[in-house]
Design a binder for this molecule. Structure first.
Ligand code: CAA
Ligand code: NAD
Length: 291
């Protein structure tokens, strides 16, 4: 943690993360690595073990690549605690929710946390597409609520989007922006509109790639190769879709389509069918490619 002008370190010492999936595990890792006592909650021991295992593997790989020192790995793990109870988050100064992209599930999470945590505690959502103002309005702390949107893989991607709800106070916004910087991230301020800045542009591109593939544009491999070698993108659209998760992409597309009512956001039939078939991408071992 670096020194900050308005002494927010006095306020934020303990960070809670709800969800230890693809994103929650990365978020918990970077919070603990930045010096915060971090408590991450999952629904059960199996999911928790899997999420914490992902963090340990990432740190081990980092050591093997010479990117993380053994001391930093150990210090990160010491600051990190896993739990399956909501109660364990009661002393957190800031809670980042990174559970499934579903309004009702997220609402239930905040409703359970709201009466438990301290008055000053800030709630943040890592949602990709849901309305931050709507989430904030379901809590007793709409002024201490915001969006903090990380990118996958969290430990490697520099960007975070900071999103103000209509109700977010200036203090909360400044604290969150500085908190993001303290994690070693580059924050940008994004509007509370579905997809914020990055997904507003990325999601139609990914959905269009699926539609184009369904319409016979080319093989998965050729389309991916086209975008990596032709445009310098680090991953082609199908590799990226598998990486993000087809379930998450499908939920995001539905939420964005629901709000914008524009065909560009409508989930393509193939995406829906793959999700129904459990072909969720890397996380399930099969998506557009096999893993
Ligand atoms: N610990 C520490 N550092 C590590 C590491 C580890 N475990 N693993 C890799 N690194 C480092 C590497 O050493 C390397 O560092 P240098 O650049 O200094 O050499 C760097 O991270 C890149 O790693 P690799 O060379 O192993 O891998 P790569 O070059 O293939 O890059 C990637 C991997 C960063 C994931 C790249 O493929 C990429 O950027 N992909 C696109 C990801 C993307 O678009 N994400 C956004 C998804 S959308 C989203 O998140 C929003 C949403 O709401 C859906
Ligand atoms: P994921 O499916 O990998 O993980 C979600 C995790 O949340 C699961 O492990 C699940 O068990 C857990 N969970 C569900 N309800 C819970 C609860 N009440 N308490 C604790 N844990 C709970 O999904 P993900 O990809 O990590 O996405 C999580 C959030 O992050 C979503 O809002 C998504 O839109 C957003 N997001 C995803 C990406 C991405 O690339 N996948 C990028 C940025 C933001």
């Amino acid at each position: 943690m670096s020194d900050q002008p308005w002494g927010y370190r006095m306020q934020i010492k303990t960070v809670g993360v709800v969800g230890c999936g693809l994103m929650g595990s990365g978020i918990a890792q970077v919070c603990a690595a930045a010096g915060y006592k971090t408590i991450v909650r999952e629904v059960d021991e199996t999911f928790l073990r899997k999420g914490l295992g992902r963090i340990k593997k990432f740190l081990e790989d980092g050591v093997a690549k010479g990117k993380v020192t053994p001391e930093a790995r150990d210090a990160t793990l010491v600051r990190l605690t896993g739990t399956t109870t909501t109660d364990a988050l009661k002393d957190c100064d800031l809670v980042i929710e990174a559970i499934v992209e579903n309004l009702d599930e997220k609402r239930r999470t905040y409703a359970a946390l709201d009466p438990l945590v301290k008055d000053h505690t800030i709630f943040l959502s890592n949602t990709s597409s849901l309305c931050i103002t709507e989430l904030a309005s379901t809590t007793k702390r709409p002024d201490r609520f915001g969006g903090l949107h990380f990118f996958n893989p969290v430990p490697l991607m520099k960007l975070v989007e900071v999103i103000r709800a209509l109700t977010t106070s200036d203090d909360t916004y400044q604290t969150v922006f500085t908190f993001a910087q303290s994690l070693g991230k580059e924050p940008i301020t994004a509007p509370d509109r579905p997809g914020f800045i990055v997904n507003r542009l990325l999601v139609p591109y990914l959905l269009d790639a699926i539609r184009a593939y369904e319409n016979g544009l080319g093989t998965l491999e050729d389309i991916d190769k086209g975008m990596t070698l032709g445009c310098g993108y680090p991953m082609g659209p199908f590799t990226l879709l598998d990486f993000v998760g087809l379930d998450t992409t499908y939920y995001i597309a539905n939420i964005m389509f629901d709000e914008f009512r524009e065909p560009a956001y409508a989930p393509p039939p193939l995406l829906k069918r793959m999700v129904l078939a459990g072909q969720l991408g890397r996380k399930s071992g099969q998506g557009f490619y096999k893993y």
